[in-house]
Design a protein. Structure first.
Length: 165
């Protein structure tokens, strides 16, 4: 019991330190990316880290609420005025899902469930919850999803700024 509490406390401490450092550096999505980077680094460094399921579920709920708060009636009205763009977006998301899943299955020999959950764009929390309830290899799914999120949120703005986009 004490080992579990200690590893949970270490996980939360790393997440807080990483988020704080990224915030001090003025990086985008600092608390999310800093926490994820610090915890991933700790895990790759061999530390025993854990987040109890109820705490993880609470974090996913809070993330969902914070993202959903940005959707307003005006946002929905704007979306309705661009039906072709929305259709192209939906089609491109499905094409990326299929292509990435096929790549992971054929090239890297991942099982179909792991490849599909790893290839789903967006919805990190929901994907991890669904993958945990399936036969998917959860660490692989979490790594693929975290890498995608890191590139999009932390690396992409920096790369775009290099090209003045």
């Amino acid at each position: 019991m004490m080992k579990r509490l200690a590893s949970t406390a270490l996980t939360l401490l790393l997440a807080t330190l990483g988020g704080g450092l990224f915030a001090l550096a003025g990086l985008p999505a600092a608390w999310l990316m800093g926490a994820m980077t610090a915890v991933a680094g700790g895990a790759l460094g061999g530390l025993t880290l854990r987040l109890p399921s109820p705490l993880g579920t609470a974090a996913f709920v809070l993330l969902g609420i914070s993202m959903g708060a940005g959707v307003t009636p005006d946002t929905l009205h704007q979306m309705a005025s661009w039906p072709l763009s929305m259709a192209l977006l939906a089609g491109s998301v499905m094409a990326c899902l299929y292509a990435c899943s096929a790549w992971l299955e054929r090239v890297h020999r991942w099982d179909p469930a792991t490849a599909r959950y790893a290839a789903v764009p967006g919805a990190l929390g929901a994907v991890l919850v669904l993958a945990a309830e399936s036969r998917a290899d959860l660490p692989r799914v979490a790594l693929a999803q975290s890498l995608r999120l890191f590139v999009l949120v932390a690396a992409m703005p920096w790369l775009l700024s290099l090209f003045h986009i």
